[in-house]
Design a binder for this molecule. Structure first.
Ligand code: TPP
Length: 572
């Protein structure tokens, strides 16, 4: 254990030094007048060559927030953002909600407008320093964070940074918020000493209580018609291996319901597709892991005597006010830890259950083959269709990628056509469905994995939510040669379908063009990427798609420039 010392510094210098020491790689930021002491400290560190989180200029807060998320999803290390006082915090809220609902740890910070009107260093020097003051700036974030605080003096810097990071990284992980008053960042200190490395580490992850673990393992191993359902299980890179092992050995179907990541390779015979209903209505044991919503109660319910087991770091999903799914048994544990502990206990029952398992394996494999046939026949039917089918775009992207390619999804990309078989290669960070996440996530992922191909797929609606000029700017500035693919169906399909679902015989359902769901101007998104020196392509015919994607990929891999393919397409 050693100590490090800074002499004649400001709080801003000390704060950045501690953050760098704690392994924060980047400061994704969108600055304002509140940043003055911090910018001075960054410039000083750059001149003197002292370590700091590398500052990345993000022209919009949405880019910054989602870059922090994307980096964490690939590196496993939390990152930080900083926004301009209350207004920047407001713009960052969308990304903060996605981080919170996705259990993504991050340090979300913002300046705080000075309160001193004329004397202290950092005092008010502009009219906005009055109008940007709030009674409780952190209150805006409080529903979405695990902890929030305001830095008050020089003495607390190390304690507060360590507290913020250790809370964010303890399970269930999630974002924390820190506001930084301009006068406090400007405070001058003769000598600042801190521990290096830190003495405050995150809590070890929880593991299942032994009796509950035995009961869960016995229920699952002895079930007749079990099913496992997940939504974001694949976010945890440790899940795929033990999940596949359990599913394979015990012939248990795994449904990835509205999945944001991939926990179970879609080609695996125990992959049961994306619709839980046919399994839920018939199951005797259901394991729900990393899933707030395993099925829609308005569509299906498990049989009365079915046992439902939940596994998650927070299996009560306390962030959701109303959630009434049955929970006979809940294991408080990250799913990878629970699965690794369950497997040897389940193995004790394996022999006795062998005949049952063998019969079920044939059945589940046959059901998987039926799904594969249905997916293949949809693709065969739609591959020459114009406007281009999203199934065909997904198929072509699958042909373009290599197994390590990171696919970022904020689009109608169809998982059944993308042969993911490695953890962390499909990322959809919109856990709160706060659109505008995909481009920042792709940028953060590419920063964390500079040698991998990153393909960012966007719906046309989603693309615009990303403030794409901001994202393209960062891609160019940071040399992040991402291949962007826009599924341009000229409308908000999801909103359209929800309107028809509510009133199937209503006026909107009969209208050719529902209000508020269509884009009536032909959009040349391929031009937007050119603003930052990227290459843009537009495709309207299926026969041109693969060749155009190849051309765009050549720009990305050969010239190390971002490229965008605007694919004019139809509905899924
Ligand atoms: C910040 C935010 N605003 C609004 C919405 C509501 N919303 C959900 S889906 C959607 C349309 C997305 O359009 P697009 O990306 O083109 O995909 P499509 O639905 O056409 O597949 C909208 C506006 C949202 N999820 N997030």
């Amino acid at each position: 254990m050693s100590k490090k010392t800074l002499k004649k510094c400001t709080v801003a210098d000390a704060y950045l030094a501690v953050l760098a020491d704690r392994g924060i790689d980047y400061l994704f930021a969108n600055a304002g007048t509140d940043f003055a002491p911090l910018i001075e400290a960054l410039a000083k560190a750059q001149t003197l060559g002292t370590p700091i989180p590398e500052p990345i200029t993000c022209p919009h807060e949405n880019t910054a927030q989602h870059m922090a998320i994307g980096h964490y999803l690939v590196s496993g290390r939390p990152q930080m953002t900083m926004m301009h006082v209350n207004v920047g915090t407001a713009n960052g809220m969308n990304g903060l909600l996605n981080a919170a609902r996705g259990y993504v740890p991050m340090l979300f910070t913002a300046g705080r407008t000075p309160t001193n009107e004329d004397t202290l260093k950092g005092h008010r020097s502009l009219d906005i320093h009055w109008t940007q003051e709030m009674y409780d700036q952190g209150g805006m974030t409080r529903e979405a964070v695990k902890w929030d605080y305001e830095l008050r003096n020089a003495e607390q810097v190390e304690t507060i940074v360590d507290r913020a990071l250790s809370i964010a990284m303890s399970e269930p992980r999630g974002p924390v918020y820190l506001s930084l008053p301009r006068e406090v960042l400007s405070l001058e200190i003769d000598e600042f000493t801190y521990d290096s490395p830190t003495k405050v580490n995150p809590a070890a992850p929880p593991a299942p209580e032994p009796t509950a673990l035995d009961e869960a393992a016995s229920l699952l191993a002895n079930a007749e018609r079990p099913v496992m359902i997940t939504n974001w299980g694949g976010r945890n890179p440790g899940v795929m291996e033990p999940l596949v092992a359990i599913a394979e050995r015990f012939a248990i179907p795994v449904v990835e319901y509205r999945n944001r990541y991939v926990a179970m390779p879609p080609r695996h015979p125990m992959h049961a597709g994306y619709d839980p209903n046919p399994y839920v209505e018939d199951a005797d044991v259901i394991v729900v892991f990393d899933t707030a919503v395993p099925w829609l109660p308005s569509q299906v319910r498990p049989p009365e005597d079915c046992k439902v087991i939940h596994i998650a770091a927070d299996p009560m999903y306390t962030m959701v006010p109303v959630r009434g799914f049955p929970a006979h048994l809940s294991l408080t544990s990250p799913a990878d830890i629970a699965f690794r502990m369950m497997l040897p206990v389940m193995a004790e029952y394996e022999k006795a259950a062998a005949a049952k398992i063998a019969a079920r394996r044939d059945k589940i494999t046959a059901r998987h083959e039926e799904l594969e046939e249905a997916w293949a026949s949809k693709l065969a039917k739609e591959k020459d269709q114009s406007p281009i089918s999203p199934a065909f775009i997904s198929h072509c992207l699958n042909n373009l990628r290599d197994p390590d390619t990171i696919m970022v999804k904020e689009s109608p990309l169809m998982g059944q056509y993308v042969d993911i078989d490695r953890p962390g290669t499909m990322l959809n960070a919109g856990a709160a469905s706060g659109l505008g996440h995909g481009m920042g996530v792709a940028l953060g992922a590419q920063l964390a994995a500079p040698d991998k191909l990153v393909i960012g797929t966007e719906g046309d609606g989603a693309y615009m939510f990303n403030v794409p000029i901001s994202a393209h700017y960062v891609a160019a500035e940071q040399n992040l040669p991402i291949l962007w693919v826009v599924f341009n169906n000229q409308h908000w399909q999801a909103v359209h379908r929800s309107t028809v679902g509510l009133n199937p015989d209503g006026y909107a359902a009969k209208s050719n063009r529902q209000p508020l769901t269509h884009f009536s101007v032909e959009q040349h998104y391929e031009k937007a990427v050119e603003v930052s020196g990227g290459a843009g392509f537009r495709v309207t015919e299926p026969g041109d798609l693969m060749a155009t994607l190849d051309k765009a990929l050549n720009v990305v891999t050969g010239e190390k420039r971002q490229a965008l393919v605007n694919v004019v397409c139809g509905p899924t």
